[in-house]
Structure formats: C-alpha cells, structure tokens
Design a protein around this ligand. Structure first.
Ligand code: ACO
Length: 434
C-alpha cells in the first residue's frame, strides 16, 4: 500500500487489484484511511485486534494528543476547565456542546435537584445485596433498573424528553453511588437536599449520619469538583465504546450506561484507581523494595503490572495525572495529613521513570495513579474509587450516546473475525463418539 502525503488518497493492492482509499482529515491531529468499502472492493476485512489502529466514528467532543499530553473538551484545555469550572458546567459543556450561561447553569442545577431522589421502591433493592457486595456491581444493576421505573427514550423522543432523561440519570447516579456506600457500611441512607450543589450533595449523602452533623467543607467540595472534571470524558476508551456499542443496537440509555459501568470496572481501565492503592498497600505490608516492584513489573513471566502506569494513547505524561499529582500534594498539605501510601507512590514514580524499560515504552503515570490517593484523603474507602470515576465519566458517556444517535453514519456495531476453527465436519451420533 502506498500513500502520498500531498494527495488525500491512498492506494491498496490485493491480488493485483488496486483500489483507492480516501484519507480522512480531522480538524486537529491524525488522519485516517477510510476502510468502510474495503471488504466490498477487495473481499478482505481489516484485521486490527483491540482496535489499536481503528477510528470507529467521527466525534466533536474530546481531543487527545497522546504524544504531547494534550486533552481538550469541546476545544477547552483540561487544565483550564479543572481550574475554573464546576463539574456541572463541564457536564453541560460535554452534553450540550458549549459552556452554560449563568441562566442555563441555574436551570440545569434546578433540574438536577428536581431529579435527585430515587423511586422509593428502589430502596429495597439495596437491602438484598450481600454484605461486601462491590459498589460497582450495585451501581450497574441499579442504573439498568432505572429503566423499569422511568420512561425510556424512543428513537423519536423530543429534546425535552432527552434532556429530562439525561438530567435524571446524572442526578440519580450520584444518589445511587452514595446509597450503595451507606448500604456497604450498614448505615441508613441520607437523602439528597435541594439546598446543596451537586458535589456538596454527594459528600453530604456519603458522610452524614443520624449521629453526625457533617457539613461538607467547601475545600473538599472544590476538590471533588476537580476530580470529577478530570474523569469527565476521554473519547473512545473501553467504557465509552461499550456505551456506543450497546447504544448502536437501539438499547435504552440506562442499559448503555450500565454497560459502560461494567467496562469501567476492570483493573486495566477505571478499576486501576482501586488497584493502585491495593498495590501500594501490598508494597508496604510485604516490605517490598522499589527495585523488587519494578523488576516484577518488567518480568514478562509475571502478570503483575505497575498499576496506574501506561496508557493506550498517552506516550507522554497524562495531563490529568499532572493535575491530580499537584492536587494530591495540595490536599495533604491543607489537611495536614501525611500518608505513607503517597510517599511510596512518589518514590515509585521516580524509580520507574528512571528505568529504561519504562522510558523506552513511554510508560508514565495515568489519571488513576494519584486520584485514589486524593479520594483516600477525603475519606472514601477504596471500593468506592471506581464508583467516583463512573460518576465523573457519566457526562462523557451521555455526550457520546447523544452524538451516536445523531450520527448519519451510525449503524449497529458489528465487528468481523478471522475464523480459525475446524472446517465443515460431518455430525457424529453419540453412540459413535469416543
Ligand atoms: N507495567 C509494566 N509494563 C507495562 C505497563 C505497566 N503498567 N503498561 C504497559 N506495559 C508494557 C507492556 O507489557 C508492553 O511491553 P512489550 O512491548 O515488551 O510487550 C508495552 O508496555 C506496551 O503495553 P501494551 O500492553 O501493549 O499497552 P496497551 O495500550 O495495550 O495497554 C494499559 C494500556 C492497559 C493502560 C496498560 O498500560 C496497563 O495495563 N496499565 C496498568 C493498568 C492501568 O493503570 N490502567 C488504567 C489506564 S487509564 C484508564 O483507563 C483510565
């Protein structure tokens, strides 16, 4: 195959037949070869395990430059959004395409408050999970259950119905997350209140109890806003692709988001924030040296990987990790806390980044390396870390789901395979087998 940089065509030859492939331009960043007619014109599929080289859609939501460590949402740099916005403003930006005016923000906040309660019948569901149930399991099951209590969207639903469903989900996921935590520690649920902002409400539902008059510290509210913003979207990652994949079948929004939550749970994706702290605790408990840990991560016969390190797209420092690292130090300072896990994390980062193995492969801390340590400082147990990631990622999932529904190129997602099984075989009756 040859490709001329100047022309916007590439050519591909298969069995002596040459076809032209369109080179698709993006507004920023990399180009792509249009392979949508490759099977029809050559008889061959494209083979791309794990979709490492495959763009599955055109999207106007988030831009990532993994070599330069740039992340933009609707054009705005993550650093500026994290510095100046609340999570709700970034959610609005992702979902509606622009930052809200003061009036739009007020209306959005009011809607979020209106929809914050869960149907009272859903309370009993929480009671039926066994002690120790992981809150991610509860979260995904509760989200899909919402479809039995609230109207689903139809393909012809109007804007108002879509806005209501989207706001309902944004608001209720926060209540479900807090209730799942209260259930896990055996405390009564704390209901949301209209007097609080989004993050304040969440912290209140998490940490208030009948015997403690907890009021969220405004500093913690600001930190919570920043953390959720850092997770708000990251283009076609595994969980967003799961949302789009399920959405491509026409399944309802609750089902799509529930699938996204399940995909996020894995330790190679959002579950890494819990896995990082577990790794640090193990290092401390077993008295492992940093050399031992790094050697283990490099050993190809050992499945262990340095959790919170490496990324499919970032081949430089993840800009979210940069913000999280700074925030982690600021939070510990402000709270006058010293956490041995943070000390181990910083020393481990320094040790790994000096190592040729990590340098040659461009493995840097990702967003999950420091965020769990901040959640810890705010008082969250580690089982809740991935739930917090899901709460942050929800606006991104919704934005992608909406974009997918409006995309004229959208069809049911249905990848192909290279069949490697047996050729057609005659059926053998059971008496004749063996
Ligand atoms: N520790 C040790 N080696 C690593 C690590 C790691 N954390 N990450 C990648 N590598 C090595 C691989 O073994 C591979 O080595 P090789 O070239 O000798 O075979 C090379 O670096 C490239 O890695 P791949 O696995 O091909 O990278 P991929 O893009 O498939 O995986 C992933 C990315 C899953 C994030 C990987 O880096 C990883 O497992 N990291 C640890 C888990 C983690 O932190 N996940 C959170 C990601 S961020 C997010 O989802 C929010």
């Amino acid at each position: 195959m040859s490709e001329s940089k100047k022309s916007s065509k590439a050519s591909l030859s298969v069995d002596g037949k040459t076809i032209e492939l369109e080179v698709l331009e993006s507004t920023m960043g990399e180009r792509a070869l249009n392979l949508s007619r490759v099977k029809a014109e050559t008889g061959c599929f494209a083979f791309d395990p794990a979709m490492v080289n495959t763009a599955v859609c055109r999207s106007a939501i988030t831009y990532v430059d993994g070599d330069k460590g740039i992340l933009l949402h609707r054009g705005y740099p993550i650093e500026e959004l994290a510095e100046h916005c609340t999570f709700i403003e970034v959610a609005y930006l992702l979902i509606h395409g622009e930052l809200p005016t003061a009036d739009q923000r007020q209306r959005f906040s009011r809607l979020l408050n209106i929809h914050s309660m869960l149907h009272e019948d859903m309370r009993s569901f929480f009671g039926n999970y066994p002690e120790g149930a992981h809150p991610m399991a509860v979260l995904s099951a509760m989200v899909v259950s919402l479809s039995s209590f609230y109207p689903e969207l139809r393909l012809d639903s109007d804007k108002e119905e879509i806005d209501t469903t989207v706001t309902r989900l944004l608001s209720k996921l926060r209540t479900i997350a807090a209730f799942s935590y209260k259930k896990s520690i055996g405390e009564p649920f704390v209901y949301p209140s209209h007097k609080y902002s989004y993050c304040e409400n969440f912290l209140n539902m998490m940490f208030r109890s009948p015997v403690s008059l907890y009021e969220a510290d405004p500093y913690d509210v600001a930190v919570m806003n920043k953390l959720l913003i850092l997770h708000a979207d990251h283009e076609q990652n595994a969980s967003t692709t799961a949302v789009r994949m399920v959405g491509s079948t026409g399944a309802n929004l609750y089902a799509c988001v529930s699938a996204g939550i399940c995909a996020l749970w894995g330790p190679l994706h959002g579950g890494a924030n819990q896995a990082v702290v577990e790794m640090l605790e193990k290092i401390q408990k077993e008295g492992l040296t940093l050399d031992q840990v790094v050697a283990k991560a490099k050993d190809k016969n050992d499945p262990f990987r340095l959790m919170g390190f490496g990324h499919r797209i970032y081949k430089s420092y993840d800009p979210r990790a940069k913000i999280a690292k700074k925030l982690c130090m600021a939070v510990l300072n402000k709270k006058r806390l010293s956490d041995p896990m943070v000390e181990i994390a910083m020393a481990l980062e320094e040790r790994a980044l000096k190592d040729d193995y990590f340098r040659e492969r461009n493995l840097y801390p990702n967003v999950d390396f420091y965020t769990g340590l901040i959640y810890r400082a705010l008082g969250f147990p580690k089982e809740m870390f991935t739930v917090l990631f899901a709460l942050g990622r929800l606006p991104g999932w919704i934005a992608h789901w909406q974009e997918m529904r409006q995309d004229p190129e959208q069809k049911i997602m249905r990848p192909r395979q290279i069949y490697m099984g047996p050729a057609k075989t005659d059926y053998v009756h059971i008496e004749a087998r063996g």
